[in-house]
Design a protein around this ligand. Structure first.
Ligand code: ATP
Ligand code: MG
Length: 418
């Protein structure tokens, strides 16, 4: 019987791997330009890291984690997001002693047991950024800038909306919470079962509810905006001013909250108008209490995550890709033996060089050359060996020229390198 991949776990085939590499390469370039350093943490952590770091009463911890007991009887979890694990590593290695501001990024798979659909998988991939050590609103703006810069490198900015809100701090948030709880109690009957539960465990999360009826009721709920303290208001104001200076358009959304418990102050989402239900491409915000919560010193932080699969959905389909390198179509024993020397030489010079492993007809090999997306095809059959001249065909312009065999392979090096 045939064995298939697990539901929600997807094979990334060569075509898509190439598109992903393009995104990753671009992200790395932007990160290096902004002075970020890469960190890679394990995909498996002690469950406690996420239970504490994300919060017990979140969708992720309550129902989406891949948790199991390993052979030593320890509860382990496949990481559902990157922040908690990265901060665990920052604390464990006291990385905060190396620099007053850590600017870290990671790119890799995350795991959540959700219902698979377009833009929602069980193994998905994120590009993550964490700034640890700064209370400055410029850090928030920088992180948002990185998200915007990467996403708009591949998606049309016209189709995107940057939404921002402030969740307040430990001073002003409790006042909002108190009024929100009162509102939820008074409107309990209009809310879905999930929201009734959230009202008890994590009330802010009701704003995350996707249920249309709840959304209507919650339009009348008290929002943080009206409770925000002067410090938080000034922080938000500076973030918005900086975004303006960076030339990044945004809208304020007072209903925007994050599914994770640890956020405070700035929270944001980069939403696509064209992605349907799974419309959030990137999201993030500030988490000033989290490092301490995970057993580290009192250190502020701000971060973001881009969903790679959703960005892929937005990526414009580029037409014909660029041709590159050489394909050697060699027919007959003598030609093929010569060709092996040329291939060895050219590959060592850094030239992309392919060859037919089977001694097929020249016509079949040229077809293969075209498919390989090589820029040039070097044709050497029995006639060419006899005339001591090979043919170099430009597969883009369809022009051909003859080259003396004794000039090969050096004679075509410069040409192919262009
Ligand atoms: P959603 O509301 O779509 O469930 P979320 O609030 O759970 O998102 P975050 O935890 O903030 O998402 O993760 C950041 C980003 O990672 C999301 O904006 C999205 O682009 C991506 N993401 C999250 N979960 C998935 C998933 N199951 N499949 C694919 N991408 C995902
Ligand atoms: Mg989710």
């Amino acid at each position: 019987m045939q064995i298939k991949a697990i539901k929600g776990f997807k094979d990334i085939l060569p075509e898509e791997a190439k598109r992903r590499r393009k995104i990753e390469d671009k992200a790395r370039k932007i990160f290096e330009n902004t002075g970020l350093k890469e960190i890679r943490t394990p995909v498996l952590e002690k469950t406690e890291v996420f239970a504490r770091g994300i919060g017990e009463h979140t969708d992720i911890v309550e129902k989406e984690m891949y948790t199991f007991i390993d052979r030593n009887g320890e509860s382990l979890t496949l990481r559902p997001e990157a922040t908690a694990g990265i901060l665990r590593a920052v604390i464990e290695h006291k990385l905060y002693n190396t620099s007053p501001l850590l600017k870290l990024y990671t790119i890799g798979p995350m795991f959540r047991h959700e219902r698979p659909q377009k833009g929602r998988l069980r193994q998905f991939h994120q590009i993550n950024v964490e700034y640890v050590g700064s209370y400055s609103p410029l850090a928030d703006a920088d992180v948002i800038f990185l998200a915007y810069e990467i996403v708009t490198s591949f998606a049309d900015p016209e189709g995107l909306l940057l939404e921002i809100n402030s969740l307040g701090c430990s001073k002003c948030r409790p006042l909002h919470r108190k009024d929100l709880l009162k509102f939820l109690e008074n409107n309990k009957k209009e809310l879905c079962k999930d929201c009734q539960r959230r009202a008890k465990t994590n009330p802010l999360r009701v704003f995350d509810c996707k249920n249309e009826e709840c959304k209507i009721v919650l339009k009348f709920a008290p929002v943080m905006k009206h409770y925000i303290c002067p410090d938080c208001a000034s922080h938000l104001g500076k973030v918005l001013d900086t975004l303006e200076a960076y030339g990044i358009p945004f809208v304020q959304n007072p209903y925007l909250v994050r599914g994770l418990d640890y956020y405070n102050r700035t929270t944001f989402e980069l939403v696509s108008k064209g992605l349907g239900a799974q419309s959030t491409v990137a999201a993030g915000g500030r988490y000033d209490g989290l490092v301490k919560l995970l057993g580290g010193p009192e250190l502020p932080g701000v971060g973001m995550a881009i969903g790679v699969e959703r960005l892929l959905l937005l990526m414009e389909e580029k037409g014909d890709e660029r041709r590159e390198g050489l394909f050697i179509a060699a027919f007959g024993d003598e030609a093929r033996e010569e060709a092996l020397y040329w291939i060895g030489y050219l590959r060592k010079k850094g030239i992309k060089c392919e060859f037919s492993l089977e001694d097929k007809s020249l016509k079949a090999q040229m077809k293969q050359a075209d498919k390989s997306k090589a820029r040039y095809c070097l044709i050497v059959g029995e006639d060419e060996i006899e005339n001591e001249e090979a043919i170099l065909r430009d597969l883009e312009t369809k022009e051909q020229e003859k080259i003396d065999l004794d000039e090969l392979p050096e004679g075509i090096l410069e040409k192919i390198k262009e």
